[in-house]
Design a binder for this molecule. Structure first.
Ligand code: AFP
Length: 339
C-alpha cells in the first residue's frame, strides 16, 4: 500500500540516486516528458469544447490557430526534445524521418546522449467520442559519439531501451514508466498539477482474465489465430474460460487495463496486413519493455518483440502482449496450426 505522497519528480530522483554513476540526464529527460504530458492532458480535457470554441483550422479568440490534438501533442513533445538538451535525435510517429538535434550545451557532448521515440497521441480517432487516448515514449542511449544523432542511433532493438512509459488520458491522467527497475504508475492530481505515485512496482497477473482484440478481423486471420480466439471463448470453468472480451481500440487504454487486471492484447497479422498494424518502434517496443518489467511477455508470435532488429522507423509488427501464460499459449497455437 502506498502510504505517503510522492511526486513523479521525487520518485525519478530517488531512483537516480541508487545509481552512483548516473549523471542526472535521464532523470531530466523523463521529467521533461512528464511536463509535456501534463500540458497535453490539459488540452485533451478541453477537446470536447473545440466545437464550441472553434473548429480545428479556425482562429480562436486569442488569435491562435486551433490545432488538431495530435498535431498539438506532437508540437509540445518536439519542442521539449529540441530545447531540453538531453537528446541528440528524436523520432515521432507523426514524422516521416528522425529529427537530429544540435547539442544545446555545446561545451558538454554528454548532455545530449539520449534518443527518444514517441507516439504523441495514440488512438486519436477516439478523441471525438471522449474515449481514453494516450502518449507512448521510449528512450535509448545514443550509439554515435557526438553531435546530432544519426539513423543508427534511432534503429536499435528494443532490449536496448533504458526507459519507456506511457500516459493514459482517461477518467484520470496516469503516467506509467520504467527505467529498468520495476514499473511505477502516477496519477495526475489536477488541483496541484502533480503526478502522484499511485501504483508502486506494478506486476501483471500471470494468467489473463481478459482478451483484447479487434474480432471484426476474424475472417482475415490465420487458422492458429482463429483457433486461439475460439479457445478463450470456450466454456471451461475450471480453466478460467471463457475470458471476458474488452477492446477500446486505444492501445494505451487496453494495455493499461490488462496490466492491472491480467489480460492479453493481440494485434495479429492478417491476410491483408502481413505485419499487422502496430508500429515496432513507437508502440510495440516501449509497451514490451514495460510488460516484461512487470513480469509479463510480448511476442510477434515467434520472436520476443524486444529482440527484433528494426530496419525502418515506421516498421510494423504483429503484437501479442500481456500475461505471460497467454502470450505463450498464443505462440503455441500459431506454431501448431500455421505451418
Ligand atoms: P489510431 O491512432 O489511428 O486511432 O490507431 C490506434 C491504434 O494504433 C491503437 O491505439 C489501437 O490499439 C489500434 O490502432 C486499433 O486498431 P483497429 O481499429 O484496427 O482495431
Amino acid at each position: 500500500m502506498v502510504t505517503k505522497f510522492k511526486t513523479i519528480y521525487r520518485h525519478i530522483i530517488e531512483e537516480e540516486r541508487k545509481i552512483p554513476e548516473a549523471t542526472g540526464q535521464l532523470s531530466d529527460l523523463l521529467q521533461d516528458i512528464a511536463l509535456s504530458c501534463k500540458i497535453i492532458s490539459l488540452e485533451v480535457n478541453r477537446a470536447g469544447l473545440v466545437d464550441i470554441l472553434g473548429l480545428t483550422g479556425d482562429v480562436n479568440v486569442q488569435g491562435e490557430e486551433v490545432k488538431k490534438l495530435d498535431e498539438y501533442a506532437n508540437e509540445i513533445l518536439t519542442h521539449s526534445m529540441k530545447v531540453g538538451g538531453h537528446t541528440c535525435a528524436f523520432c515521432s510517429e507523426e514524422e516521416e524521418s528522425f529529427i537530429p538535434v544540435e547539442p544545446v550545451y555545446a561545451h558538454n557532448v554528454l548532455e545530449n546522449k539520449y534518443i527518444c521515440h514517441f507516439d504523441p497521441l495514440d488512438g486519436s480517432s477516439n478523441i471525438d467520442a471522449n474515449i481514453s487516448i494516450g502518449t507512448i515514449f521510449s528512450i535509448y542511449r545514443r550509439v554515435s559519439s557526438k553531435g546530432p544523432g544519426i539513423i543508427d542511433d534511432c534503429l536499435q532493438p528494443g532490449y536496448k531501451q533504458v526507459a519507456a512509459g506511457y500516459v493514459v488520458y482517461g477518467s484520470s491522467t496516469i503516467m506509467v514508466y520504467t527505467a529498468g527497475k520495476g514499473v511505477h504508475g502516477f496519477t495526475l492530481d489536477p488541483s496541484v498539477g502533480e503526478f502522484i505515485l499511485s501504483y508502486e512496482n506494478m506486476k501483471i497477473p500471470e494468467r489473463a482474465k481478459i482478451y483484447s482484440i479487434n474480432e471484426g478481423n476474424y475472417s482475415k486471420w490465420s487458422d492458429g489465430m482463429q483457433k486461439y480466439v475460439d479457445y478463450v471463448k470456450e466454456n471451461d470453468k475450471q480453466d478460467g474460460r471463457p475470458y471476458s472480451s474488452r477492446y477500446v481500440g486505444s492501445l494505451v487504454a487496453d494495455f493499461h487495463r490488462n496490466l492491472l487486471y491480467g489480460g492479453i492484447f493481440a494485434y495479429p497479422a492478417d491476410n491483408k496486413n502481413k505485419n499487422g498494424k502496430l508500429r515496432l518502434m513507437y508502440e510495440a517496443n516501449p509497451l514490451s519493455y514495460i510488460v516484461e518489467q512487470a513480469g509479463g511477455k510480448a511476442s510477434d508470435g515467434k520472436t520476443r518483440i524486444l529482440e527484433i532488429v528494426p530496419e525502418a522507423l515506421h516498421q510494423r509488427t504483429p503484437l501479442f502482449i500481456g500475461s505471460s501464460y497467454d502470450v505463450t499459449m498464443i505462440e503455441k497455437f500459431l506454431n501448431e496450426y500455421d505451418k
